[in-house]
Design a protein around this ligand. Structure first.
Ligand code: C2E
Ligand code: CA
Ligand code: CA
Length: 685
């Protein structure tokens, strides 16, 4: 509990009050004592005086009593006439009987303001009477009143003197305190910690002022530091806010405008175009195969590439145009103030040319391509979402027409988009509702008239689009990352088919399935295959994986790891579409490949084209040398069959033998004792 009680009165008034009340109290006590003592003494003096007067006459009064002389007694008593204070004197005998009675003129019996004295009358040691004297208090009262006035005057003088004496005390003690108070109030009000209290003395008040000043100095010091810290912090915050503002409108990787700034600038472009009755173009750019580059070369490399692409884009366009990165490898360019539509084509061609030039990133040389879709305001949309959607449509058209292209939106493209969206959104429900079906196509040895295996080829019985072949949905599934699930479905279907066929056919028929390149970027597929083989209790050599060369080129290390993993499970490995891509013969030597599938493009003209013939002959001998099985794809007629056989290719696949069909159809075909077309000419060695 605090010992200090709070009060609202000022220090000055409290000191005055305390001093005055102490003085008044002391003066009153002293006055009371003086008064009381004075009263007692004056009373005593009066009594003594009256009693002396009585003693003087008592001898004569005794004689009067003894001689029973009342007249003399009265005469003697009348001597009191001279004393104004004595009002009444009564002489009594020893027995108490009234002997003589003297009354002064002013005496009234009812007067209470009196003293009474009784004196004995003694004669020769014997009491012979009493003298009763009534004395007025008037004299005493007058004296007391005078004394009271005197005391009051003294008190007044004391108060005045003490009041004037307290001024210097107040001045020396209180004023510095008040000054201190004022300074502290000023500091509190103005927050000016440079203010100081003046130190007028070395006493306690002076020390207090010094301590106060020291405290203020410390606060000032801290305030200074705090102010510095605050200003430093403010600067930091402002810088941060600036950065935030920049980041709010710019892409952190490339420093290009972001979506928010694009929205703003788009609105400005619209206003400007409406005001000037002009047009502007919205170009949507997407790097072709950026995903692959990112996955194979790593994200840091991908980021560097995006930065370099951004630089080239900025260098290609005019100052009044805007380059913006929407995210990933998607860019937007606003081309303002188009004087003629052909300008778009010209700028797009410039961009394509710029981005086609080789990039050197960390000493690594890489080429990339870009697909550009464009839409024009106001012709092809009056708001951002429509324009963007149309540019998007045009961009996909550019991609579909072979990538590294520019396409300007036209109404006819709309249908394509609808179709694409239908496929995209239908993949998941399609898998869940079993709309996918695995078809098979046999690989044959026409000379022996035997089926050496089958290839599994997926189909989609689409509820709206009808029967779809893989080229209609596999690329889209790859783009949206759903191809893995389709492949897993095919793998399980193949496993279960092998199991069923083992009971139907006397001769085992291996099934090959196609794997998207995506699987060769992570090892999960090996686990999936291992689990499937274990679950269906299969002989792994009954399964074969078909992979394309491109898969091996993208990320050779990862792909090779996966290929070796698959091989170690005991599966056969086919190199699909051989001859279309890089035809790196190196893979044939280093990878555990069992079969090479000669691409249909070779087979198509093999009977007419001598170069294709020559190349095929080379591949045949290479395969033989490396102990690889060679299968020619897409054999459609007798002439192709004859030529292939002549060149030494024994294994084939194609419509000429059997088109891809359902497993049921295949089983019927097989069990009905199929007959394969044979060579019609003698084989040349
Ligand atoms: P692919 O692996 O080269 O498959 C052979 C393609 O050639 C098949 O097309 C097949 O129907 C077709 N074909 C066979 N013989 C002939 C012929 O004599 N003439 C012609 N013109 N074509 C013939 P399909 O079934 O449309 O498959 C296309 C591609 O889709 C396949 O090419 C393969 O890369 C991919 N694919 C098929 N099924 C799957 C699958 O389950 N998963 C993955 N990831 N891709 C698959
Ligand atoms: Ca294949
Ligand atoms: Ca093929």
């Amino acid at each position: 509990m605090s010992l200090i009680t709070r009060t609202n009165s000022s220090l000055r008034s409290r000191i005055l009050l305390t001093t005055l009340s102490t003085l008044i109290f002391a003066s009153l006590i002293i006055s009371a004592a003086v008064y009381w003592n004075y009263d007692r003494l004056t009373k005593q003096a009066l009594q003594t005086r009256v009693l002396i007067e009585a003693d003087i006459i008592s001898q004569n009064l005794a004689t009067s009593i003894l001689f029973d002389d009342v007249v003399t007694a009265l005469e003697i008593l009348s001597t009191f006439k001279a004393d104004d204070a004595v009002l009444h004197v009564k002489l009594e005998t020893a027995s108490g009987a009234l002997f003589a009675d003297y009354n002064n003129v002013t005496y009234k019996k009812s007067d209470n303001n009196v003293f009474r004295f009784r004196d004995e009358i003694v004669f020769e040691g014997k009491n012979i009477g009493f003298l009763d004297i009534v004395v007025s208090k008037k004299e005493l009262n007058e004296q007391n009143i005078a004394l009271t006035i005197f005391l009051f005057l003294i008190l007044t003088i004391v108060i005045i003197v003490s009041f004037s004496l307290s001024r210097p005390i107040i001045k020396s003690v209180l004023l510095p305190l008040l000054h201190l108070h004022e300074v502290s109030q000023n500091i509190a009000r103005t927050r000016n910690y440079a203010l100081r209290a003046s130190v007028a003395s070395e006493d306690e008040v002076g020390k207090l002022s010094k301590m106060f000043n020291q405290m203020v100095e410390q606060i000032e010091h801290r305030d200074d530091m705090l102010e510095k810290q605050v200003s430093q912090r403010t600067q930091e915050l402002e810088k941060l806010a600036e950065e935030f503002r920049f980041r709010a409108f710019h892409d952190s990787l490339t420093g290009l405008a972001n979506r928010a700034l694009l929205n703003e600038r788009f609105d400005l472009s619209v206003k400007h175009a409406l005001r000037c009755k002009s047009r502007f173009a919205f170009l949507l750019l997407d790097l072709d195969d950026f995903k692959t580059i990112n996955d194979t070369k790593g994200h840091e490399f991908g980021d560097e590439l995006l930065i370099e692409v951004s630089k080239r884009l900025c260098a290609t366009i005019r100052e009044e145009d805007l380059v913006c990165r929407l995210g990933g490898d998607e860019f937007v360019i606003l081309l303002n103030d188009l004087s003629q539509l052909d300008d778009i084509n010209m700028i797009a061609r410039k961009i394509l040319a710029q981005l086609n030039r080789e990039f050197v990133i960390n000493k690594d040389r890489i080429r990339t391509a870009v697909s550009i879709g464009g839409a024009v305001f106001p012709d092809q949309g009056k708001n951002m979402s429509t324009i963007k959607r149309h540019a998007d449509v045009a961009m996909y058209r550019a991609k579909d027409t072979g990538k590294n292209q520019f396409c300007l939106f036209s109404q006819g493209m709309q249908e394509d988009v609808k179709h694409r969206l239908l496929i995209q959104s239908g993949l998941r429900p399609g898998l869940d509702e079993n709309q996918f079906e695995v078809y098979v196509q046999p690989k044959v040895n026409p000379e022996e008239g035997s089926v050496i295996g089958c290839e599994a080829l997926v189909r989609w019985n689409h509820p709206q689009e009808g029967f779809l072949t893989p080229d209609k949905f596999i690329p889209i599934a790859e783009e949206i990352g759903m191809v893995n699930e389709i492949d897993y479905f095919v793998i399980r279907d193949c496993c279960s088919t092998i199991k069923q066929w083992a009971e139907v056919f006397t001769q085992p028929i291996p099934i090959a399935f196609n794997l998207s390149g995506r699987h060769f970027r992570d090892y999960r597929i090996v686990d999936v295959l291992e689990n499937a083989i274990r679950e269906f209790q299969l002989d792994p050599s009954m399964l074969e994986v078909e992979i394309t060369e491109a898969v091996l080129i993208e990320d050779p290390n990862k792909a090779q790891k996966v290929v070796h993993g698959v091989k170690s499970l005991g599966l056969g490995i086919s190199l699909d579409d051989f001859g279309t891509g890089y035809s790196s013969l190196n893979y044939l030597r280093t990878l555990p490949i069992d079969t090479v599938k000669l691409d249909r493009s070779f087979v198509m003209n093999i009977d007419k084209n001598t170069q294709d013939k020559r190349l095929t002959r080379g591949i045949v001998s290479l395969a033989k040398g490396l102990n690889l099985k060679l299968v020619a794809e897409g054999v459609e007629n007798q002439s192709q069959l004859n030529t292939l056989l002549k060149l030494g290719c024994q294994h084939m696949q194609g419509y000429y033998f059997l088109k891809p069909c359902t497993k049921g159809e295949f089983v019927q075909w097989y069990l009905r004792g199929y007959s394969l077309p044979k060579a019609q000419e003698k084989r040349i060695r």
